[in-house]
Design a protein around this ligand. Sequence first.
Ligand SMILES: Cc1ncc(C[n+]2csc(CCOP(=O)(O)OP(=O)(O)O)c2C)c(N)n1
Ligand SMILES: [Mg+2]
Length: 326
Amino acid sequence: MEGTFTHREEDHARQFLQWYELMLTIRRFEEQTIEWYQRGLIGGSLHPAIGQEAIAVGALDAVRPTDYMTMTYRGRGQALAKGASLEGVMAEVLGKASGLCKGKGGPMHITDVTHGIIGANAIVAAGIPIAVGAALAAHLAGDGRIAVTFFGDGAVNQGVFHEALNLAAIWTLPIVFVCENNLYSEMTPIREMVKNEAVSERAAAYRIPAAVVDGNDVAAVAETVGMAIDRARSGGGPTFIEALTYRFVGHMVGDPETYRSREEVAQWREKDPILQARRRIEAEGWATPESLTALDDRVTARIRTAAEQVLQAPEPDLEERLADVY
Ligand SMILES: Cc1ncc(C[n+]2csc(CCOP(=O)(O)OP(=O)(O)O)c2C)c(N)n1
Ligand SMILES: [Mg+2]
């Protein structure tokens, strides 16, 4: 960092570099899980969030460890950004005894109540009312907590989405709805699902303020969601954020991706949130290309070391298989 920067600029640079490192950590984490899945080490399906890292990192910037969060089967990055242990999430993905859910959740159901992560959900839209319930609890307790819920564009056609928004609005609950609009619901493009593709406009029906943000711009996401979090925490009620983004890999590992063109994917890859952040850092002079490469190496090494350790971790005991099952 240049010596001529003011303190404020230095703070901003430091914060941006932290965001960059976290996005990179999530990217490398997801790449590692894909490799494991292809080697047959992960049960069920795996839905990577590669391309959507800026939403997890930006949106959770102003969130406190005690705040509540729900997300989807694609939410491992959000768990990491909320403060869950890297090894704990990794172990859960592999179904190990040391996983955050003792290996019973797998890659789709990361939960860690000690960090306010009250559940990733494989049922589309199911996390939304759960977060509204948590926001209601916080509101009744007056404990200053807020809730953030992440969901996809496919969730907005579920009845429960509308019920949840209505309750949050009428009770002025401290919640931020973050729709990760990646333009597809499984293999169906949004234009074939809804007449009005402007998902955020739905919030107006419930008198919930809404904003659309470039979901690949980490600073823009942090600023927009940060304002929504402030509103929620100060008693202003819910906000709806539509973060426009794209997933660079298939809906799940093994998806043949016949429903979209290579050109479309390539165009979006140009808007890669990590690439954009790197360009910004270099343009502002916040770090040299060499130090960014060193940072990348550190992140890669951290993931590799954790992965080697977690791979050796014990499987759950057979006697434990019905424990915590209701
Ligand atoms: C209630 C319900 N219906 C259908 C499915 C099957 N399904 C799994 S993922 C998915 C697509 C959801 O798309 P979106 O909400 O846009 O999230 P994305 O996968 O794009 O992150 C569907 C339909 C499901 N899991 N739950
Ligand atoms: Mg989607």
